[in-house]
Design a protein around this ligand. Structure first.
Ligand SMILES: [Zn+2]
Length: 133
């Protein structure tokens, strides 16, 4: 009977701390479950947020790759047309558009629109938040 307590350095404080921990964890779980049951809209919101995040991620990635493509075209156009970093550009420039496939800008998968950077040195932008190069 004494064998167990000899092996354990502090049997009674350790034991009570553990049972308080289990009791606290159980209470937290019960409270969380009660809250979730009374507020189904929170659960729906969470599911929506998680699934929304999953669907938004790929469009963000392909938009960023579009922005890289747009910036690449600008850099190539600037080089071949002896532009400097502070020169400005516009997507209405048909000469610049020749550097893109089909002479048109790629399309943002989230329906955003692209606008040029403030000059050749700064990256083009998408109107959708977080669609940044
Ligand atoms: Zn975008």
């Amino acid at each position: 009977m004494n064998d167990e307590s000899e092996n354990n350095a502090e049997p009674s404080p350790g034991g009570s701390e553990r049972s308080i921990g289990i009791w606290a964890a159980g209470t937290v779980i019960v409270i969380v479950l009660a809250v979730l049951m009374t507020r189904p809209d929170w659960v729906k919101g969470m599911v929506k947020a998680l699934s929304g995040h999953r669907y938004r991620a790929p469009s963000k990635h392909s938009c960023i790759s579009n922005l890289k493509q747009i910036d690449g075209g600008v850099q190539e156009w600037a080089l071949e047309n002896r532009k400097v970093a502070t020169d400005t550009y516009t997507f209405a420039d048909t000469n610049l558009m020749k550097y893109y496939r089909g002479s048109t800008l790629p399309i943002c998968p989230a329906g955003g629109t692209y606008s040029p950077g403030k000059n050749v040195a700064s990256a083009p932008r998408c109107i959708v938040p977080n669609h940044t190069l």
